[in-house]
Design a protein around this ligand. Structure first.
Ligand code: 13P
Ligand code: SF4
Length: 361
């Protein structure tokens, strides 16, 4: 498999790690090495440096009965070392809601941890990296949504899950990358306000043309905004000249031109599942237009020979969380690492998420 990937994260200093026996370290590093399955980047030696951290995190999780969920864009040491569940934003919000444990550690960006608190307000939600934001959720405020509602009175407002709790509280329904088309189509009326992702908004405008007018906002994901249709066309041309067919898979946060050039469009989890399915059916060359974590998961979870063409882009916010942050926040979280939201905001934002669950099923 060939792909240009960033180097494994460096081990952060500052957290004193417990000592484990040589046998325990050896067994754990072998487990990590095999699970991550990127033998050149995540070598046994690198896995050995991680092993004391994953051993203690897993031990603490058991002792404190913590459910650790991680988004697919987290690094492989977190995903394969310590996470109990890994998926996309929709699936993880449901897992947080349904978890039997009363403490959830959410390894991801802030808006996802806030979503877990909204759907399960009585649980303690630990978020190891309070400053891990997102260009979409940081680009719109509750005031901006109120202004849109003032300009277009009575028009239903759908917000992408990549928003703060305050923004969700102003909206009628929340959507994710796996259900935005289905949910927006089902909303009443012939008009709809969609915030904040302009690319997803344009995709909605194209899909609902003739049925609904979609009023959009000017937000974008700084990662997915980088990709262009031209890049895909050039790759296809080069590959076709060699007689190679390229299957292109993209995330809906990309520009409409990218989506038009793609064979499959879907959430991070859909892209992983579809690529693995393709490889099982003999497909050899795929191009993934998304964040690098998606590629890491595919490399770990397919046993087939697959060429992942082109270069993924890394989300600096998603990569802020290190195993050390998880360990420290499990041992003794600071007040910033525990999600606290205003009761009224929770109540209003919960309605938009419950409406999402109802309309998505
Ligand atoms: P998913 O719904 O695919 O998890 O996307 C969330 C996200 O932030 C993608 O950039
Ligand atoms: Fe936000 Fe984009 Fe990062 Fe996803 S990839 S968390 S949308 S900045």
């Amino acid at each position: 498999m060939t792909i240009e990937m960033p180097s494994p994260p460096r081990i952060k200093k500052g957290v004193i790690v417990k000592k484990y026996s040589e046998e325990d370290i050896y067994a754990e590093s072998e487990r990590l090495y095999n699970k991550i399955n990127q033998k050149e980047r995540w070598t046994v030696d690198i896995c050995k440096t991680i092993a004391p951290l994953t051993l203690e995190i897993n031990q603490l999780k058991k002792e404190k009965d913590v459910f650790l969920i991680a988004h697919s864009y987290q690094t492989p040491d977190i995903i394969y070392g310590v996470a109990d569940e890994v998926s996309d934003s929709y699936s993880l919000s449901k897992s947080a809601r349904d978890a039997s444990q009363q403490i959830i550690l959410f390894s991801s960006v802030r808006f996802m941890a806030e979503t877990a608190k909204i759907v399960s307000p009585l649980k303690t939600i630990i978020h190891p990296s309070p400053d891990a934001g997102c260009s979409l959720s940081d680009g719109i405020s509750a005031g901006d949504v109120r202004e849109l509602k003032r300009l277009f009175p009575g028009v239903p407002v759908a917000c992408y899950i990549n928003t703060t709790a305050e923004v969700k509280a102003e909206c009628d329904v929340c959507v994710t990358s796996s259900n935005y088309l289905k949910i927006c189509e089902r909303l009443p009326g012939d008009k709809l306000i969609f915030v904040p992702d302009k690319f997803m908004g344009k995709h909605l405008q194209n899909s609902l043309r003739g049925k609904k007018e979609v009023i959009i906002y000017d937000g974008e994901c700084e990662v997915h905004a980088i990709f262009t249709g031209e890049k895909i066309r050039n790759w296809r041309k080069r590959m076709n000249a060699q007689g190679i067919n390229l299957t292109v898979l993209s995330h809906p946060e990309c520009d409409a031109e990218v989506l038009e050039e793609s064979d499959i469009v879907g959430s991070s989890e859909v892209l992983i599942t579809k690529t693995i399915e393709l490889s099982e059916n003999g497909e050899k060359n795929v191009m993934l237009i998304t964040e690098c974590g998606t590629v890491d998961r595919i490399l770990a979870e397919t046993k087939n020979d697959l060429n992942v063409i082109g270069a993924c882009v890394m989300c600096k916010h998603m990569k802020k969380t290190h195993l050390e942050d998880i360990l420290q926040s499990l041992r003794n979280p600071t007040s910033e690492q525990i999600i606290e939201l205003d009761d009224e905001i929770i109540l209003k934002a919960k309605k938009s998420l419950e409406e999402m669950f109802r309309l998505a099923e």
